[in-house]
Structures are given as structure tokens and as C-alpha cells.
Ligand binder design. Structure first.
Ligand code: ARG
Length: 463
């Protein structure tokens, strides 16, 4: 008789085709779950012994054996085998090789279907916690820098055209708000990740007197899942995570784009530290902003993974289907991409150097205080539409004469409206303009400073 698979070969008359074995195996990528697989197995064996399904001796032998298998994996002594398909069967086979037939009892009352659903949840829970600590690190760096740059003036843009002066600190706190929501989304997603599928077995549950609440408690899950069919089949939690990840990358890509623009000779608003940049092999003058460019570029793969996972799950009938084995690579790559991108940003932001003079002189160009002049006229009694018209004429004059509004003489300004008096120059300055926006959420240095305090407090009091 030909060699059939030792885990399920009983009903087979011929061995698996060599290519099919290779094609269907997941060990190449699910080996990274070994720690979570073993953790899940230890909890399962503990619960089985408590329920009288395994003896105390069997439980002890299994747990000791599993710990040794983990040590062997970590010291590189385990050769992963494609013939054993996946991480679950590789670990079980290593265990049985170590402790003999008792190892074969570990799989009592469970299936690889509920086992893998548990392993990914354990893995993803840990990944979410790591990613959130990196988001926190990045937020703290942004808040520190925002505080330092609370009064630094730069042009604010709409349509990438100079709109109104803002403070650099205010701009950085806008990034912080994006990350705050990203953090909250992951916290929310974690609630639906942190539920235990184990006990669903293949799809219908098991005939052994198991205690799922106990396994959940042992593994730190909030509760067991409520329906065995749903437990082994749905991967919506992975899709939800990838969706949150896509939004994080979208935000990082926006920050990246701004860093790339600001580091260019045309803007020249910031210096990126040399160690986050590379040069050109042909153009000696180049210092390229590779890190933000790469993060911007990597956004695409996470969007792609979201689409892969949605499509993977689409139309799958209940319950487990092998399709679901395809969830791992997109999920793992999403986690890796997020971890790398967040780390790069968190490391880089504290070393951003703002070129204050360049920011200020850019804000002084482009009639950024035109709205302030209109508001000034409104406060003197002119309806806003008329004020808009007056300022439009002043700007046209400024363009013709090559002067900013603050560079026009009082007489020149008065030729557009008699309401203008000498106090107009207070509102036409950049400092006057930002200081005047002194309300919750506004760009005034005062507001930025207090926003930094509350942002820091929000971050510090998490969990
Ligand atoms: N490697 C499989 C996966 O990732 C584990 C579950 C396999 N179950 C099965 N009945 N073939 O989904």
C-alpha cells in the first residue's frame, strides 16, 4: 500500500500527489503561528483534564512536551514538513515524537478548523496591541513636536494653494487626530477579535463534556463564540482589522506626501534627518525622502489585502472551507506593513527639523491674510459679500504691483474702502491672523498649546 498521510490517511487508498501536497500545504506561512498554536493547545489540554477527558498525568505530559517542542522550534531544531501540511500537524507530530501515544490525545474534542480560528485570533490580538503601542509612540512624538512648534507660522492650504496662515503645531495636531481615530478603531476591532472559537470543533461542536468558558478564561478571551458554524467559518474580524489597517496606511500616506513635498527644494519647509534618506548614484546633490515615499507606496498593498480578504470570504457557504487558508498571507503582510510603517514614522518624527523662516516667508506670500481683511471690514459694519469684493480688488492691485496686502500703504488700502484705518495692519500680519483664531479647534498658538495638553492626557490615560 502506498504511503498516505498519517493524520487523516485512514480512508485513502493512494498517497497525495506530490504537487498537490505542496499546493495545499500552509506550513510555509502559518509556521509563524507556532507560539499561539502551542498556547491554545496548553489551554485546551488543561480544560480537558479539568473536565475529566484527560487524566492529570496525560495533561502534564502533554504540556511539558509542548513546552519542549516550543523550545526546539525556537532553537531551530524542528524541520517543518510539507507532508504534515500545516503548523498544527507539525506541532502535534513533534509532540508525539517526544511523548509517544499520549500526544495523540491532544486533538480530542477539537478540529483544526476551530484550532486555526483560535490561533489567528490570538496572533492578531497580540499584533493589535503592538500596533497600538506604535501608534501611541508616534502620537506622543507628534504632540511633543506640536508643542515645540505651537507658534511657528506656515501657510495653510486648500487645493494646495496658499489659503490662510496656520501654525505648524496645529498642522501636526491634525495628524494626531487621524491617529487617535486609528487607535480607537483598532481598540474596537480587538473586541470582536478577542472571542474564543475553540470548542466549535469541525463545525457542529463536540460530544465531550468540555468547558469553553474555562478555555476562554485561560487564554484571556472575553468570552466563547456563540455558534459553532459561524466560529469556524467567518473571517470578518480579519477583514475588519485590514480595513482599519487600510485607513492607517491612508493616513500615513497623506503624512508621507506632505513630508515629501515639504522636503523638496520648492517648499523647503523641513529637513529630514540624513539617516532616513538616501542619495542618488548619479546625481550627487540628491537627498531623497525614501522613508515617506516607501510608506506612501506600501499603502497600495494593504488596500489590496483588504480587497483579497473581502473576495476570499464572498459567497462562502457555511461552514469551514479551505478557501480560508488563504486569509493568512494578506493578514500577515498587513500586520508587517503597518508595523514597519508606524515604526519608521515614530522613529523619524522626533527628528524633523522645521525651517521656520522658510515656512514664514511662504505664508507671507499668496495673500494668506485676505480673509482677515474681509473679517476686519465686516466688524466695521460692511456685509461680508461686499467685504469680499473690496478685498478681491485689493488683492488684484497687490498682484499687479507685486505686493502682499501688508505691504500696501494705508492710502492705497483706503482707496478700496473708507472703513480701513491704521489698525488694519494688526490683522494683516501673520501673527495677528493666527492669534485671532482663538477658539476650540482653532490655529492660535494658545489653542495649540492647550490642545497639546489635552491630547497628551488622552494618550496617557488609555486602557
Ligand atoms: N491550514 C488550515 C487553514 O489555514 C487549517 C485548517 C484545516 N482544516 C481542514 N479541514 N483542512 O485554514
Amino acid at each position: 500500500m502506498s504511503q498516505t498521510n498519517s493524520s487523516w490517511g485512514g480512508r485513502f487508498a493512494e498517497a497525495t500527489d506530490a504537487f498537490v501536497a505542496e499546493f495545499t500545504a500552509s506550513i510555509g506561512f502559518d509556521q509563524r503561528l507556532y507560539r499561539h498554536d502551542i498556547e491554545g493547545s496548553i489551554a485546551h489540554a488543561t480544560m480537558l483534564a479539568e473536565c475529566g477527558v484527560l487524566t492529570q498525568d496525560e495533561q502534564e505530559a502533554i504540556i511539558k512536551g509542548l513546552r519542549e517542542v516550543q523550545a526546539d522550534i525556537e532553537s531551530g531544531q524542528i524541520q517543518w514538513s510539507v507532508a504534515l501540511e500545516d503548523v498544527h500537524m507539525n506541532v502535534e507530530s513533534a509532540l508525539t515524537a517526544k511523548i509517544g501515544y499520549v500526544g495523540k490525545k491532544l486533538h480530542t474534542g477539537r478540529s483544526r478548523n476551530d484550532q486555526i480560528a483560535t490561533d489567528i485570533r490570538l496572533y492578531l490580538r497580540e499584533a493589535i496591541d503592538h500596533l497600538n503601542s506604535e501608534i501611541t509612540r508616534l502620537q506622543n512624538s507628534l504632540i511633543d513636536l506640536a508643542e515645540q512648534e505651537a507658534s511657528t507660522i506656515m501657510p495653510g492650504f486648500t487645493h494646495l494653494q496658499t489659503a490662510q496662515p496656520v501654525t505648524f503645531g496645529h498642522h501636526l495636531l491634525a495628524w494626531n487626530e487621524m491617529l487617535q481615530r486609528d487607535y480607537e478603531r483598532l481598540v474596537d476591532c480587538r473586541k470582536r477579535v478577542n472571542i474564543l472559537p475553540l470548542g466549535a470543533a469541525a463545525l457542529a461542536g463536540t460530544t465531550y463534556p468540555i468547558n469553553r468558558a474555562r478555555t476562554a478564561e485561560l487564554l484571556g478571551f472575553d468570552q466563547p463564540t456563540r455558534n459553532s458554524l459561524d466560529s469556524v467559518s467567518d473571517r470578518d474580524f480579519a477583514i475588519e482589522f485590514t480595513h482599519a489597517g487600510a485607513l492607517i496606511m491612508m493616513h500615513l500616506s497623506r503624512m508621507s506626501e506632505e513630508l515629501v513635498l515639504w522636503a523638496s527644494a520648492q517648499f523647503d519647509f523641513i529637513d529630514l534627518p540624513d539617516r532616513f534618506c538616501t542619495g542618488s548614484s548619479i546625481m550627487p546633490q540628491k537627498k531623497n525622502p525614501d522613508v515617506p515615499e516607501l510608506v506612501r507606496g506600501k499603502t497600495g498593498r494593504v488596500y489590496g489585502h483588504l480587497m483579497s480578504l473581502l473576495t476570499l470570504m464572498k459567497s462562502q457557504p457555511l461552514a469551514y472551507n479551505k478557501d480560508n487558508q488563504e486569509d493568512k498571507e494578506p493578514l500577515f503582510d498587513t500586520i508587517d506593513t503597518l508595523a514597519g510603517s508606524l515604526r519608521a514614522f515614530a522613529d523619524m518624527v522626533p527628528h524633523l527639523n522645521a525651517k521656520k523662516d522658510n515656512m514664514r516667508s511662504a505664508a507671507a506670500k499668496g495673500f494668506s491674510t485676505a480673509t482677515d481683511l474681509a473679517d476686519y471690514l465686516v466688524k466695521k459694519g460692511l456685509p461680508f459679500r461686499d467685504a469680499h469684493e473690496v478685498v478681491g480688488e485689493s488683492v488684484a492691485f497687490g498682484i499687479k504691483t507685486g505686493k502682499d496686502l501688508s505691504e500696501l500703504s494705508l492710502e492705497q488700502l483706503q482707496s478700496f474702502s473708507e472703513l480701513i484705518t491704521a489698525d488694519v495692519f494688526e490683522v494683516l500680519t501673520l501673527e495677528g491672523s493666527v492669534a485671532a483664531r482663538d477658539h476650540l479647534g482653532g490655529t492660535a498658538p494658545n489653542q495649540v498649546k492647550s490642545a497639546c495638553i489635552s491630547a497628551r492626557e488622552r494618550v496617557a490615560t488609555r486602557k
